[in-house]
Ligand binder design. Structure first.
Ligand code: ADP
Ligand code: ADP
Length: 233
């Protein structure tokens, strides 16, 4: 089925008496278990689109259906609830709690939705093991390498079994070898049935995806199967 469907999505920022049209009619459909990279130059609207897809913000005009539910008209509380349930975020800067262990960082989304402690710990441990951090559960972020920190963040994104993993420049703070390891992990997650949407300005990273959508001046300029997939056919 469709996980993401947008119909003529617009986002206009008001800056005093100026208007900035960051998105100008985006039509995008992403199905279950797709692996999509969203590319585009700086200022093209990638972050704005990511914020809308991730239910962090609402469109100025147009519709957005997430798993068949119209989420374009929801208030902030309703968006927060949907976001926690449906979206797993991975950021360039990891966004981990510095004072908390890996285990506690991964438990956070489950604390937010009221999962009982025993189940929370069991699920957080399972997902940390699945990203090969079984031996780092009691470490804090400053005791981990960059690659390990990003794997904690990926575990946190996965723990609620979201319908999409939304990753914004997930390798932007990593050296290229560690970045490739993280992208290999995304490949595994995709193979296990996850739907992945990756925002990046790096063509080499976008090529890990199976479909590459390019956005320019707030509209979709191209939407192609990645060269990696074409070369396989
Ligand atoms: P990208 O992520 O591709 O760099 P953005 O979505 O951040 O692009 O920005 C798209 C356009 O919207 C740019 O012109 C940017 O300056 C503008 N913009 C983004 N966020 C805001 C905001 N909060 N207020 C005003 N303008 C914004
Ligand atoms: P990875 O392969 O995940 O990137 P590294 O090879 O960078 O890991 O790290 C090797 C070992 O060094 C790991 O056991 C990690 O816990 C430890 N380590 C890396 N960076 C730091 C740090 N800043 N402080 C403490 N330990 C670290």
């Amino acid at each position: 089925g469709d996980v993401i469907v947008t119909d003529n999505l617009w986002k206009t920022y008001e800056m005093g008496d100026q208007q900035v049209h960051a998105l100008r009619g985006v039509n995008l459909r992403i199905r279950h278990n797709e692996y999509v990279a969203i590319m585009g130059p700086s200022g093209s609207g990638k972050s704005t689109l990511m914020n809308l897809i991730g239910c962090l913000d609402s469109p100025s005009q147009g519709k957005y259906w997430l798993n068949g539910h119209d989420v374009s008209q929801l208030n902030d509380d309703q968006l927060a609830r949907i976001r926690n349930k449906e979206i797993g975020f991975v950021f360039q800067t990891f966004n981990l709690l510095a004072r908390a262990t890996s285990l506690h960082n991964v438990e956070l989304p489950l604390i937010y939705n009221g999962t009982p402690a025993a189940e929370r710990i069991a699920r957080a441990k399972d997902v940390l093991e699945s990203v090969n951090l079984g031996s780092r559960m009691m470490h804090k972020p400053n005791e981990l390498s960059g690659g390990q920190r990003q794997r904690v963040a990926i575990a946190r994104a996965l723990v609620n079994r979201p319908s999409i993993i939304l990753a914004d420049e997930p390798t932007g703070n990593l050296d290229s070898k560690t970045g490739d390891e993280i992208m290999a992990l995304f490949d595994d997650l995709h193979a296990k049935g996850n739907t992945i949407v990756l925002v990046t300005h790096e063509p080499d990273i976008a090529e890990y995806a199976h479909r590459v959508v390019t956005i320019r001046d707030g509209v979709i300029a191209s939407d192609h199967v990645s060269s990696r997939m074409l070369n396989k056919q």
